[in-house]
Write a protein that binds this ligand. Sequence first.
Ligand SMILES: [Zn+2]
Length: 253
Amino acid sequence: MCLAALFALAVAGYEVSESPGNQIFGKTVVRGPSNQRVVALTYDDGPNPPYTDEILAVLRAENVRATFFVVGRAVVAYPAVVRREVTQGNALGNHTWSHGHLVLYDERGVRQTLERTDRAIYAATGIHTRIMRPPFGARDWLVLREARKLHYVPVMWSVPLPHDWEYPPAQVIATRVLRYAGDGAIIALHDGNQGIVCEGRRVSRRLCDRSADVGATRLIIEALKRKGYRFVTIPELLRLQGRATRTAYRASE
Ligand SMILES: [Zn+2]
């Protein structure tokens, strides 16, 4: 009985730590201004060719810019893809080195996974990003405190995750997203799978298949454009809210 109660408590705690909207552990960005017709498209877990490039092609054709929360180990594997994200005007965010559950890390571990990823992003692009998204959305006081010490703004999402990692068709992903995408929404999709590098590895190709996210990207952009929405990157969204603009900068500036 007591064990069951403890278990229920642990599950509840786990769910709170991953719930995107809660501010119990510290302030995070969950959405943009609710009085402006803007949305932010974000992609987690890449870079992951060829799907990241296919998403970039859709964004370019639609003249839309997005934000990519990249995983360090994948950045090192595909630096050219990350460079293309940047040269096309998209913003980058730090999604840790290996997509670990940060609540299980100590202070040093949190710092290291963010700093190592920052070095990889800088080596690939010459940019230091100062926005981050904790893998699985999982954070606690310690995680957010360490992220803030490194001057990161933690960015969550406002549209419930469409479970695109369960391989639903593009239309299903788009429908799930469009049901909730309103003014100032932050939409989170996946161009990769936890930063797993599939190329040349003995892992199932399906692990890295994000073709449905490519199709969903096109459907979501078309539908929201018809409704008069403008697409902004997360740094642009923060500027609209009057937040510090030091979210992404080139070290040379
Ligand atoms: Zn992720």
